[in-house]
Design a protein around this ligand. Structure first.
Ligand code: FPP
Length: 246
């Protein structure tokens, strides 16, 4: 099936978020170490980013490392961090060629120095690009994001710049790490798991959830297109009834 031709490019989700899952199990199936799965996963990162840019999706957010991932074996964590550095350096030119702007969300300053630096350099180099924004969620968790936003708003109130009774959901949205970005309309999770796993908890309020059985290293452009086609067949009601949707 040629899923790409079935996409209505006038009704694309503005923001797609992805939980890239199944690298470890994919590697195990081939009798290889988990890190081999992560390395192979980078190819899917490249393909999906390219697909999003070609289609004109405004924001693509990838869950690359969660706060909870620190509890993995030390060797796996350090291999993932190295892989991130390598990938960001290797791919910066491709990002430039495709007019893609890099952005990161999460506690970036608590990442190993080299990882943090690679990211900041990539963000700086690509900051004037005007196409798709590729957002890497790194050392990220949804609860952390809401907590840091709460802390920020509490400080504003304490400083007398904001009255607590004036706080609206726009203030919260503006204090989150995704500030300025539209909420994801589509969340894709690979590998058959059907959980949100502390990802963009506030931002996913109205997202359509799409769970694919495919492990991340096997998730390629066609799978991505299929997810978008599925999204476009859903009726998004936002609490209204069918007849109210035009
Ligand atoms: C989940 O698979 C994957 C991760 C925790 C890391 C994702 C990282 C990459 C694809 C590589 C680098 C990324 C970028 C953005 C350059 P898993 O290990 O949880 O798989 P399992 O559930 O089968 O164990």
């Amino acid at each position: 099936m040629d899923w790409k031709t079935k996409i209505d490019t006038k009704r694309l989700p503005r923001h797609i978020a992805v939980i890239m899952d199944g690298n470890g199990r994919w590697a195990k199936e081939q009798g290889k170490p988990r890190v081999f799965g992560h390395r192979s996963g980078v190819k899917s990162v490249r393909e999906i980013t390219e697909a999003a840019a070609e289609l004109g999706v405004e924001y693509l957010t990838l869950y690359a490392f969660s706060t909870e991932n620190w509890s993995r074996p030390k060797l796996e964590v350090s291999a993932l961090m190295r892989l991130l550095v390598e990938t960001v350096y290797q791919e910066t030119n491709t990002l430039m060629e495709n007019n893609i702007r890099l952005r990161a969300i999460g506690e970036i300053d608590k990442l190993p120095k080299a990882t943090c630096q690679a990211l900041l350099e990539g963000i700086e180099k690509t900051k004037a690009n005007t196409g798709t924004t590729l957002v890497l969620a790194l050392n990220y968790s949804g609860k952390w994001d809401i907590t840091q936003a709460t802390r920020h708003l509490a400080a504003e109130v304490a400083a007398g710049r904001l009255r607590s009774e004036d706080i609206t959901d726009s203030h919260v949205a503006a204090a989150l790490s995704t500030q300025g970005m539209p909420d994801p309309e589509l969340l894709i999770r690979t590998s058959g798991e059907a959980r949100i796993s502390n990802f963009l908890l506030w931002q996913l309020a109205y997202a359509e959830l799409y769970f694919s059985p495919v492990f991340w290293p096997d998730f390629r452009k066609a799978n991505f297109y299929q997810a978008i086609v599925d999204f476009q067949h859903r009726e998004r009601r936002f609490g209204k009834i069918s007849e109210q949707i035009v």
